[in-house]
Design a protein around this ligand. Sequence first.
Ligand code: PLP
Ligand code: COI
Length: 354
Amino acid sequence: MEIKITKNPNPSPKTPADKLGFGKVFTDHMFIMEYDHDNGWHDARIVPFGNLSVHPASTVFHYGAEIFEGLKAYRTPSGAIQLFRPLENIRRMNNSAERMCLPQLDEEFALKALETLVSLEKDWVPSEPNTSLYLRPFMFGNDAFLGVHTVNNCTFLIIASPVGSYYKEGLNPVSIMIETEDVRAVRGGTGYAKCGGNYGASFRAGKKAEEKGYSQVLWLDGVERKYIEEVGAMNVMFKVGDEIVTPALTGSILPGITRKSCIELLRDRGYKVSERLFSVDELREACASGALKEAWGCGTAAVVSPIGHLVIGDEIFTINNNEIGAVTQELYDTLTGIQWGRLEDKYGWIYPVK
Ligand code: PLP
Ligand code: COI
């Protein structure tokens, strides 16, 4: 399928890097295509960035038929632009689509769509330290029908946003609240899928955390409410003694691409990484005995982010003196080194954009 390009006649001025923040500024163009059962995906095009016209009865508004992805385009020291493991995002999107009965994407075509948009928007990929162009592919059902039924008509878009740090703390340790009332996901639910509803359902706990001065929420499992799952926009890892522990992918956790990359990097460097259940009780004991050495979150938007405090009710666990630990720093340096092209990519994770 060809991608028809219509250039934006009124490009926007670029926002200075120190004013970017996360997800507030958008580039001049977006990719869009439509789907229906009879015609499959069609009308692939890149058009000037702008509002959509969507029927008020569309499935997305009433029944939450929506999935999305998040990945970044990075500018290397030589000025080239590269993506990090983009096929992983496309495959995860297809897994999310399967869960939500939305149509599958052709992997190769989705990659071409990403590459074509980034290539057109290359001047929007910032070059200042820790900045990148965040890409947000998403898909939603838009049947003009109020019956509760799987989707027949669907729209897929990619929008792009130049970004700086996700957290205002940057690489400084964040404080995170362990949520004990609301749950994000349960096994058999949609936790492993990147669907909008998972995030909408997390707002109440997020608001509570914010009011108490915490950056994000750490979710516990929805059944026993004792095992640690993940943070709102990151997977989590703990260094307990010499073991790196990260919650196993039991179906209620998003299989993060940064998580997968961290595990591969750590194992390659000889660390013992266990994907297993990790309870708040074990966290408490590890903290009391001094075995808990480091904790960090990892995700595309947040990169690798040290966790300085975990708070549950009145109890505060302080980790590594609220300082970034050696393994967290090593992971951050290696991962960001590969992503921004400062380090050699011996894993084949980099996809250069022409
Ligand atoms: N967990 C959740 C709930 C997320 O939203 C994200 C971000 O995408 C992650 C984990 C990390 O996933 P990734 O490393 O693929 O960005
Ligand atoms: C990401 O890391 O890409 C995310 O999607 C996290 C969040 C902004 C939803």
